[in-house]
Structures are given as C-alpha cells and as structure tokens.
Design a protein around this ligand. Structure first.
Ligand code: ES4
Ligand code: ZN
Length: 326
C-alpha cells in the first residue's frame, strides 16, 4: 500500500488540539450570521487569504478574532461536533483536547456555556463515533495568574469533565514560572498538568514546565534540542512531546518540514507524537500532519507506525485500553 493509505489506516490519537483552532471558515460565517455578528472579512475566501503567519502572535490575533463569534452553548457544540465528524473519518480513536475558557469568559460568555457545549459533543462523539476523549483546560499565559486562579475556581465543580490543566497563547515573555502557584493548586485539586513550552520560547521554559508545573507532557518542546541535559532527562523519563509539524511550518518555527527536528528527537529516544494543533488554520488534520512529515523526512512505515503507537503510550488511557494499540 502507499504511504498515504498506510497512514489513513493507522489507528491514531490526537493529544495536542485547540478546539477553537478547528473553527473552519464556512462554519465561522454560519455561526456569525445566526448570532447577528460581523466578521472582518467579506467571505470565506477573503478570510482564508488572511491565514498567512510570520510567527505565533500573528496567528493568535486571528484565532481570537475567529473565536469571538462563539456565543451560545450550541455554537460550542457545533464547533466540537464538526471536528469529531472530521477526524472520525481519519481513524482517530482517542483525543485529549484543549479549550481556552478565558477567551470566552472575558467576552461575557459563561464558563458553563463553553464547557457544556464542548462536553455534550464529546459525549455524543464517544457514543456515536467511538472516539474516546479527555478534556484539558488551558490558561492563557498572556493574562495574569489571578485570572488563571479565577478560571481554576470555575473548573472545580467540573472535575468529572476536565482532567487536566495546560498553558497556551503567547509564549515568549510569559514563562511557566508565572503560573507556578495556580498549577500547584491545580495539582492539589487532582488535575494532571501539561504546558506549551519550547515552541518559540527557550529550553529554560521546558525545565520550568517540568520542575515547577510538574507536567506529564510537553506541548511542542522543539527547543529541547538546544540543551543536551534536557534531552537526556526527557528521554530517561519518557516525557511525551506533542509535536505539531504543520503548525511549526505555518508559524515559521521551522523553515521547511525537511528541517523538522522529529528525526533527531527520535534518534535521541524521545517519546514524540504527531498532532494537529489548530487544523482549520494550519491546513491539515491528523492524516495531513503524518503525511507531511512522512514525505518531507522520508519516514519508513515502521517509523510512522511507531509515531502512532507513541500517541497511545503518551495518552492518559488506562493501561489495558492502551494495550490494544501498542
Ligand atoms: C496555539 Cl500553536 C499555539 N501555541 C500557543 N498557543 C496556542 N493557542 C492556540 N494555538
Ligand atoms: Zn498548541
């Protein structure tokens, strides 16, 4: 079989996905219209032409603007359901996905409106599409720790729905240490922790995520390769890195997929996984991310299969659930 058919047939996980980053332009216009809101672009084509980014911040500005048309619970449901039906066709079996409550609560949308819409769709996806899930609540790192604390308080009645907290948005200048107290509280409350680190920020931020935020996975982590001691630590502990190749390309974290650090990381024995980050903005869901690196880096079928298995290993599925796939 071709590499493409091989990738399509592999059971896959998605461990690094912002649900707000799955907002396709067509759905965005539809939801804006029914909420009587205007989008700054004339039509889907004009909006798509704006999807050209030189760095993370240029992307985030458009991503937050897009999310601002989400108002009602059904909007969050429809967003999540559209994503689930999309990846159900890509043989994605298990997902652990992020949502950004502050992006919505800061606009006056209630925490429950956001959470319930997303959660109901995830439940329906589990029942109707057979996709199991975990939900991760991210704090926006460009906001202060007090705002993150407020958000954590809002999550406490929903520990049955939210398994972990994470950290995203503008990385440089907003180190993990800024959030050490709120992550400590989250850990005491029984949440798992993850954090974006080493996407644009330095390897020191990865150390902080490990040692101060006690993360069980690093989101991105590309810059770990700048520090041999850190690579050794990540390899020894088998701390997963949730890599996002097409995101890295679109945000100019790498110049070309041929220069992606994935093969070097694999050679160092790191537990690397392939994920899609914000697929509506970066031009590809799971299969396209696998296909991108497979082609650019000339990966073998066993290497591609290892990446897919790594996703299950790196997941929070129970051991007996993982064993089916690894
Ligand atoms: C994000 Cl690629 C990326 N990095 C940091 N924060 C984000 N939020 C959505 N996508
Ligand atoms: Zn991300």
């Amino acid at each position: 079989a071709s590499i493409q058919t091989f990738i399509e047939g592999l059971p896959k996980t998605e461990l690094h996905l912002h649900i707000e980053g799955t907002f396709e332009p067509e759905l965005m216009f539809k939801i804006a219209k029914r909420n009587h809101l205007k989008i700054d672009y004339a039509d889907v084509e004009a909006l798509k032409r704006a999807y050209s980014f030189n760095n993370l911040q240029e992307f985030l500005d458009i991503y937050y603007a897009g999310a601002s048309v989400l108002i009602k619970e059904v909007d969050f449901y429809d967003l999540t359901w559209a994503y689930l039906t999309k990846v159900s066709g890509q043989n994605v079996k298990h997902i652990e996905i992020f949502f950004d409550p502050q992006t919505h609560t800061d606009r006056g949308v209630s925490f429950e409106t956001v959470l319930n819409g997303i959660y109901k769709a995830l439940k329906d996806g589990q029942e109707q599409l057979g996709i199991s899930f975990k939900l991760i609540m991210n704090f926006l790192r460009h906001l202060d720790e007090a705002s993150a604390f407020k958000t954590l308080e809002q999550a406490l009645p929903h520990k049955d729905k939210i398994v972990a907290v994470g950290l995203d948005s503008s990385e440089v200048g907003n180190p993990p240490s800024k959030f050490k107290n709120v992550f400590k509280k989250a850990l005491e409350e029984g949440f798992l922790t993850v954090a974006h680190a080493g996407e644009e920020g330095p390897s020191e931020y990865i150390w902080e995520a490990l040692d101060l935020l006690m993360v069980t996975r690093i989101d991105h982590g590309n810059r770990c390769l700048d520090d041999a001691k850190l690579v050794k630590r990540l390899a020894e502990q088998q701390t997963p890195l949730t890599l996002c190749p097409l995101s890295n390309l679109e945000l100019k974290v790498v110049r070309d997929l041929k220069e992606h650090p994935l093969p070097t990381m694999m050679a160092h024995g790191l537990l690397v996984t392939i994920n899609s980050d914000d697929p509506a903005y970066f031009g590809g869901y799971m299969n396209e991310n696998y296909q991108g690196v497979a082609q650019a880096l000339n990966l073998s079928k066993p290497q591609i299969a290892t990446l897919a298995k790594n996703g299950f290993k790196a997941s929070w599925l129970k051991n007996d659930e993982k064993q089916k796939y690894i």
